[in-house]
Ligand binder design. Sequence first.
Ligand code: UDP
Length: 455
Amino acid sequence: MEQLRKGRRLILFPLPFQGHINPMLELANILHLKGFSITIIQTNYNSLNPSNHPHFTFHSIHIGLSKSGTSTKDPLLLLSRLNAKSREPFRECLAMLLSDVSKEPVACLITDSVYDFTQSVVESLKLPMILLRTGSASSFAIYAAFPLLREKGYLPKQDSRLEEEVTELSPLKVKDLPYINSDGPERFFKLIADLETQTMASHGLIFNTFEDLEEHTLATIRQDYCIPIFSLGPFHKCYPANSCSTSSSLLAQDQSCISWLNTQAQKSVIYVSFGSIAAIDKAQFLEIAWGLATSKQPFLWVVRPGLVPGSDWLEPLPSGFVETLNGKGHIVKWAPQKEVLAHQAVGVFWTHNGWNSTLESICEGVPMICMPCSSDQMMNARYVSDVWKVGLQLQHGFERGDIEKTIRKLMVEKQGKEIKDRVLKLMHKANFCLKQGGSSYQSLDALIKHILSFR
Ligand code: UDP
């Protein structure tokens, strides 16, 4: 399987959040299998254990973020602190790596597109840079349309217009447009503007998506940008699961999920997880719990510590709740999600529609119940429910009756059967694009040629 070594080293720089680390490490695995040596620069904040990835070389940069600096509830403030604190240590580390003549020559830097300083650093060091965009191609295209959306008054979002369709981006509604809550909209708009500037100046852009899923958007992006665009996804399916699949999980994955799933009937279980960042309040948490309990379906629920701010774990549940489930529910702090979705007992994924979760669900042919919270999740959910039609949105947010009804629709009614058929078709397309001659296979070949063309 492993190809001849290419005699070139690639330096990868993931953003230290779970939804960004996973695809970057998956990409590292793919490029390593294709013969490149891989060096990962990581911040000491949310760092991975290098011994779990012995085939990569790790360099940790100390970015001096204090506990109070990282404990903010404002994700954009945290991001801006990360950017400010990482710039200098990153520049020093990269310069040191480039001056090391004992190792193979460095071909390029592959960095997360959300860092706002890497372009100026590589420019001063004369190193080509390729960006990894960890969200969908469609979200990238919408970010590019932000100036227009602002001009037309769709953004910043106004409560009175949330249900209005954005005619230029049908079927998106104003409420679906990407947004991250911060102290006013300007910080988010700056992030998007920086993303655009970095992209224009880069030597290429990689997406974790595939042509059959976002063909039209990818074609538009290729037309609008004069840099090479690669769509190699789904990354985690590009290499055999056992070849280099060591987890890049920041939290310990509870393997009891798999033994519990082994005891459940085929396609009977609702898997519930809202990713690594989303937070919900106590009332919403209780509606989810009762909606699951009254659905009478078995469920596997990831309650991440911190999911309900202010509580450690399951304290908001009424006393005796777990006992009333009679073994129908299994609750864990963190799951081996890809393994869970691939398990034959899982019938539905109730998700916040982070891009990785959305793609992982599609790849296993698992229909979704969508409960987006922030960022690009609202538009991912709209694509799932209204474009690919492989899931349903909760119509009334967190309301136990609606939750129970939606679960029933997907699990037992005719509409659910149609949705299942469609997601299975999409799963086959995802598998097909990775085979020799498939679109992602070809795009990976093109990326390798592109990297080898750097002097
Ligand atoms: N994940 C996991 N175990 C869990 C929940 C999530 O391993 O219990 C992984 C999931 O497979 C995905 C990532 O964490 O790769 C979450 O990324 P996503 O883009 O879905 O959401 P985010 O956490 O960025 O909001």
